[in-house]
Write a protein that binds this ligand. Structure first.
Ligand SMILES: [Cu+2]
Length: 284
C-alpha cells in the first residue's frame, strides 16, 4: 500500500465517522452519543442562536487561517538562513491603521446580529400562557397561574425505576406540558438557592434566584419531549434535577389541564398574589 492510498483510506474512514456521528445526532430535545454540535432547534430563537453560532465559527476559522498563514510566511521567509540581515523597521503607519481598523470592523459585524438576537431573547412577545418554574433542592415545581393555578413537583426518575426507552438522568415523573406553536412565558425563581432553568433545544437559559422572578419565553414549533438540566451548581443533587417539557397539540393540552387541575388540586396550588400580578401581561 502506498503512502498516498493509505492516507486516502484514513481520510475516508475519518469522513465516514464524522458523517455517521452527524447522522446519529439527530437528537431533537435530548443529547446523543458522539454529539458534536448543538442540539437541534425546536424554537425560532434556537434557530437564530444556532445560526449565529455557525456565523461566529466561520469568522473564527477565517481569523485562525489568516494568523496561521502569517506565521508560516514569517517562518519560511524570515528565518536566519533565508534572511541573514534583517531590516531594522519599527514602525509602519499604514499597516498599523489596518490592524486597528479591521478588528473594529470585525467586532461591529459580530455586534449587530449579536444585539439583535439578545433583544429577540429578552423581549417577551404577547404570551398565550404563563408557566412558573421554581427551582428547589433538588427538583423543579411548575405552576400554571392562568390555567387554574395548580402546581406540581417534577422529580427525576431513579435509574432502577426507568422503563424501557426512558432516558437516564433526564426522565421525570411529572413533565411540564405546553401547547405547540404558542408563546409560553416562563417565570423562573428559586425556592432555596440559585438554580438555572435551561432547555437547549429551546435556546433558553435563565437563573432561578430566590426572592426574584426572572422571565424568558419560548415558542416550540414541534411536538415531543424536550429535556434540559439545572445549570447552576446548587448542591449535592445538582445533576439530578432535570427539566422535561412535553409539547403537545392544543387539544391535548386542554385535556391535560383539565386532568391536572383535578390531580394537583389537593396539593394546594395557591400562587402568591405578587406572582399572579407579574404573570398578567397587562402588569408588564
Ligand atoms: Cu439546581
Amino acid at each position: 500500500m502506498t503512502v498516498l492510498s493509505r492516507l486516502t483510506a484514513i481520510a475516508a474512514t475519518a469522513g465516514a465517522v464524522v458523517v455517521g456521528a452527524r447522522a446519529a445526532l439527530a437528537g431533537l430535545g435530548q443529547p446523543s452519543p458522539w454529539e458534536m454540535d448543538l442540539q437541534d432547534a425546536a424554537t425560532p430563537v434556537m434557530q437564530q442562536v444556532a445560526g449565529f453560532h455557525t456565523f461566529l465559527l466561520w469568522i473564527i476559522a477565517a481569523i485562525s487561517a489568516f494568523v496561521l498563514a502569517l506565521l508560516v510566511i514569517v517562518i519560511v521567509r524570515f528565518n536566519a538562513r533565508a534572511n541573514p540581515t534583517p531590516s531594522r523597521t519599527t514602525h509602519n503607519t499604514p499597516i498599523e491603521i489596518v490592524w486597528t481598523i479591521v478588528p473594529v470592523i470585525i467586532l461591529a459585524v459580530i455586534a449587530v446580529p449579536s444585539f439583535r438576537l439578545l433583544f429577540v431573547e429578552l423581549e417577551v412577545p404577547h404570551p398565550d400562557l404563563t408557566v412558573k418554574a421554581t427551582g428547589k433542592q433538588w427538583f423543579w415545581s411548575y405552576s400554571y397561574p392562568d390555567n387554574g393555578n395548580f402546581e406540581f413537583d417534577s422529580l427525576m426518575v431513579a435509574d432502577k425505576d426507568l422503563k424501557p426507552g426512558q432516558l437516564r438522568l433526564l426522565t421525570v415523573d411529572n413533565e411540564m406540558v405546553v401547547p405547540v406553536n404558542k408563546v409560553v412565558h416562563v417565570l423562573v425563581t428559586g425556592g432555596d438557592v440559585i438554580h438555572s432553568f435551561v432547555v437547549q433545544s429551546f435556546g433558553i437559559r435563565i437563573d432561578a434566584i430566590p426572592g426574584r422572578i426572572n422571565e424568558t419565553w419560548f415558542k416550540a414549533t414541534s411536538e415531543g419531549v424536550f429535556y434540559g438540566q439545572c445549570s447552576e451548581l446548587c448542591g449535592k443533587d445538582h445533576s439530578f434535577m432535570p427539566i422535561a417539557v412535553r409539547v403537545v397539540s392544543e387539544a391535548d393540552f386542554a385535556a391535560w389541564v383539565a386532568q391536572a387541575k383535578q390531580k394537583y388540586a389537593s396539593e394546594g396550588g395557591a400562587v402568591p398574589t405578587t406572582l399572579a400580578a407579574a404573570a398578567a401581561p397587562a402588569a408588564r
